[in-house]
Design a protein around this ligand. Structure first.
Ligand code: BTN
Length: 327
């Protein structure tokens, strides 16, 4: 952890109280002048740090920026997800960056955020609108030992983790539509894109990309998404701290990933099922030119959706577009 992150951790721990320059200097093993220089640097990034000659420093407010070291410091309890974090002001897609890192042999757990993406991508060749500073656009590199057929487990786990993080912070009627959509009353709040590189029988690496609409207003979305996409701000009328949400989500992702690699996917599914708007629902699945009508019954051990068709067969769905029909 670098000095900025250590200072922020000490200030956060003090809450409404102050921490003296002498205390910080002793704790961190650097001079008081160096502490002052770091405080100035943090202020330039927008951290509102009050300095009083007798009492010391107090953290009055944090900016809505993603600061890699600060995020990492706040994720100290995580086992894998967020062990390393990179933040870009702008990139094509955070998943492109993760793809490159994976080929360079970087260990799993690294998370790449971008304030803005110029070529954010979604499922089925769609683009993902990622305007600067208004949402969370990030990708996680994972190297689970699993068969490629089970990779869907990660999407299910990620949706469960994100939903749990959101539910602990707001009372919106959030629901998961298999496989990757988190919806509020039918409008998309979060999308998840899992991309994989694999041998025939084993996964080489997975890139889990998450896009969460946070502080956009309606006008920040292109017209064709009006009525289809939403943001936390549009749903609650409030501005949200992206860094607080990022920390909450990455903590939950770490918990869910641990469940997956320990072979406890059934626990993930149990929780997923409680948050799902898909199970028990009449659905139409569009797979290429094929349309499958039926009722979504359950998930199998790999995270595939099992749909009971009108003819009573159980179809195993691993891709395609799910349309929820009226009950
Ligand atoms: C979807 O719903 O179709 C999935 C959307 C996934 C968007 C995220 S944003 C971060 C990461 N980088 C991308 O280019 N896509 C994913």
């Amino acid at each position: 952890m670098n000095t900025d992150a250590k200072i922020l951790r000490a200030l956060r721990a003090a809450g409404e109280g102050t921490v003296s320059g002498a205390e910080l200097s002793q704790k961190l093993g650097v001079s008081r002048a160096a502490i002052w220089a770091h405080i100035e640097e943090l202020r330039e990034l927008g951290y509102d740090i009050e300095a009083s000659p007798h009492l010391g420093y107090r953290l009055r407010g944090v900016p809505d920026v993603l600061h890699a070291d600060d995020l990492m410091a706040r994720l100290e309890g995580n086992r894998i997800v967020g062990r390393d974090i990179k933040v870009f002001q702008e990139t094509t897609s955070t998943s492109d960056v993760v793809d490159k890192l994976s080929r360079d042999g970087v260990p799993e757990g690294i998370v790449v955020f971008a304030e803005a993406q110029t070529k954010g991508r979604g499922r089925m060749g769609r683009s993902w609108v990622s305007p600067s500073g208004l949402g969370l656009w990030f990708s996680v590199l994972l190297r689970p030992r699993m068969r490629p057929q089970s990779a869907m487990q990660l999407t299910v786990a990620a949706a469960t983790a994100v939903t749990r993080a959101l539910r602990s912070r707001c009372s919106l009627p959030i629901g998961i539509k298999w496989p990757n959509d988190i919806l509020v009353q039918g409008r998309k709040l979060v999308g998840i894109l899992t991309e994989m590189s694999a041998e025939l029988d084993s996964v080489r690496h997975l890139c889990l990309g998450v896009g969460m609409n946070i502080n956009q207003e309606q006008r920040d979305f292109p017209r064709e998404l009006h009525g289809l996409a939403t943001s936390l701000r549009m749903e609650t009328g409030e501005m949200w701290s992206r860094s607080d949400l990022a920390v909450a989500i990455l903590k939950e992702l770490d918990v869910e990933y641990d469940r997956i690699i320990c072979g406890r996917f059934s626990e993930v599914v149990e929780e997923w099922a409680r948050q799902s708007v898909t199970l028990g629902h009449p659905v139409t699945i569009l797979v290429g030119n094929r349309k499958i009508h039926g009722r979504a019954e359950s998930l199998d051990v790999d995270g595939a959706l099992l749909v009971r068709t009108q003819h009573g067969h159980l179809e195993r769905i691993v891709g395609g577009e799910v349309v929820l029909e009226k009950k």
